[in-house]
Design a protein around this ligand. Structure first.
Ligand SMILES: [Zn+2]
Length: 177
């Protein structure tokens, strides 16, 4: 059986151990609903009387995705790169954060394979908007929509009806492998 490059127990192989073929990243975020501001999820504005307050435009899904991408390459998290205390990020489009994370993944020598995510919120219903959100996230990440998973659940028994929560995982693949 021929030995492939990666199986050879050489010094080169050893140095590669810090750059594995695959890496996963995980991110989590939550924001509180506030009346009178637009609701942005995955870069899409949804019709709802309340939006998500807090850091930037409050896009909970893009924040979780940003942290997943950053975590995958062991980069500093979103709050360290874009401190909520810095006025320049107040009301900022979260796409800016996501782009920085995508860039850091590229610079680390990785490409994004796929994304999976879960939203937890009492309202609005995500189903009618899921396709638009998946398509927009795919476009932002430069992958196809069938590589973007999105589930939505209601917060049964959690007592978080006034918040939106997002979890996201990403799979990164070493480029040129
Ligand atoms: Zn956030």
């Amino acid at each position: 059986m021929p030995t492939t490059k990666d199986q050879r127990p050489t010094a080169k192989h050893k140095s590669r151990s810090s750059k594995p073929l695959f890496r996963i990243g995980y991110g989590w975020d939550s924001h509180e609903f506030r009346p009178g501001i637009p609701l942005r999820i995955g870069g899409v504005t949804l019709p709802h009387p309340q939006g998500l307050g807090g850091h930037s435009d409050g896009d909970v899904l893009l924040h979780a995705l940003t942290d997943a991408l950053l975590g995958g390459v062991a980069a500093p998290d979103i709050g360290s790169l874009f401190p909520p205390s810095d006025p320049q990020w107040k009301g900022a489009a979260s796409v800016v954060f996501l782009r920085e994370a995508v860039q850091r993944v590229r610079m680390a020598g990785y490409a994004l394979a796929n994304v999976d995510s879960t939203l937890i919120l009492a309202a609005p219903k995500i189903g009618p908007h899921a396709a638009a959100i998946r398509e927009n996230v795919a476009k932002l990440l430069g992958i196809s929509a069938n590589c973007v998973g999105l589930k939505a659940k209601t917060p049964e028994g959690m007592g978080t009806d006034n918040a939106a929560i997002a979890h996201a995982v990403v799979l990164l693949e070493r480029k040129g492998s």
